[in-house]
Design a protein around this ligand. Structure first.
Ligand SMILES: [Zn+2]
Ligand SMILES: [Zn+2]
Length: 345
């Protein structure tokens, strides 16, 4: 089968590889579509030598073959691949914190994720333990892949901030790309907050305005002041930074309100200095989370939101054969929403 593989730092290639064999508790999924994420760009440019790795952690498809011990899935079922391959049995997993699994992950490491360790979905087939599959019902698996990360991860960041997102509150979404344009719609669907969208691209702001943002701003040195003006100087009750570059981190810490939920999701390398002083850096009470992926409840919630038509992921399809140009377009900031690589026969 064809698979888009990372073969050396900075180098990806479409290669012919064997169709995976499955264990008795696994399912062979015929890939319908695999989303392309900024994390794939981070992987591409990481200076790490490793064996060839099939990329892709946003995968949906159809059940092709089921292992002998697998119940509940039949050939042809449309399925989504949950990307947190946690143990399911440790204290964290049992508390619904699969993304912080103590056994498959650890204090400074994460549970395995297809496409970032095990072979991912930018291929014609992927082998997955049946317990990591979610039924998609009537959703089209060609388009559903981004529910596994863009929607899951933004939902998790929002779910942990719901106590600050009641009536009269304000939330800021910084970066309206794959995650942010989804997160904005989730906020619109499940909270009563006034929504502010921030990006460098007017087309992304226009999309946000059409999907729930009350205010949109092109990001520049005046953005924090504009957000403070809207909130009478108090700041936003929740700020979601889906980019994480230095200007967005600076913006996030400059407009968060006292007791606000500050959620850093994007891995753009920005930093800030925290001072344990009464007047420094952050207002009192700010609750900060470095948010990673999501749990199983987040996964099911976003599938339900998509099935109900409450979130609509903006996507652009590329043939898997043309996957390299999708990487180029993402790197160049040319994509509105998410690129999906589709293996066509
Ligand atoms: Zn991702
Ligand atoms: Zn666990």
């Amino acid at each position: 089968m064809r698979a888009l593989q990372l073969i050396a730092p900075g180098k990806i290639e479409l290669r012919d590889v064997d169709v995976p064999t499955i264990e008795s508790d696994e399912v062979l999924v015929r890939v319908a579509g695999a989303g392309l994420c900024h994390s794939d760009l981070h992987m591409l440019h990481a200076p790490i030598d490793r064996p060839p790795l099939t990329l892709g952690h946003e995968t949906a498809g159809w059940v092709d073959t089921v292992g002998g011990e697998v119940d509940g899935f039949a050939v042809g079922d449309p399925v989504l691949v949950y990307l947190v391959w946690a143990c399911g049995e440790c204290r964290s997993c049992l508390e619904g914190r699969d993304n912080s699994c103590e056994v498959a992950g650890g204090r400074m490491s994460l549970p395995p994720c297809p496409g970032l360790g095990p072979a991912g979905g930018m291929a014609e087939y992927i082998a997955v333990k049946a317990r990591y599959l979610e039924p998609l019902g009537a959703l089209d698996p060609v388009l559903a892949g981004p529910l596994a990360d863009a929607a899951l991860t933004s939902h998790h960041a929002i779910a942990g901030a719901m106590h600050r997102l009641g009536p009269g509150t304000t939330a800021v979404v910084i970066g309206l790309g794959g995650l942010g344009h989804t997160g904005l719609q989730i906020l619109s669907a499940i909270t009563e907050a006034t929504l502010i969208g921030v990006d460098l691209d007017q087309a992304k702001l226009d999309f946000a305005a059409a999907h729930g943002a009350t205010h949109t701003f092109l990001s520049d040195a005046t953005t924090a002041d504009k957000i403070l003006d809207i909130t009478s100087g108090y700041g936003a009750d929740a700020v979601f930074d889906f980019t994480g570059i230095q200007p967005t981190v600076d913006l996030a810490i400059s407009c968060i309100a006292p007791d606000g939920c500050l959620r850093f999701v994007g891995l753009g390398g920005g930093t800030f200095q925290y001072g344990a002083l009464p007047w420094a850096t952050l207002p009192w009470g700010v609750d900060l989370r470095k948010s990673y992926a999501g749990n199983r409840a987040d996964q099911r919630a976003v599938i339900e939101l998509a099935a109900a038509g409450k979130i609509m992921l903006e996507t652009k399809q590329y043939d898997l054969e043309d996957g390299l140009s999708a990487f180029d377009d993402l790197a160049a900031g040319k994509l509105l929403g998410r690129a999906i690589l589709v293996p066509t026969i």
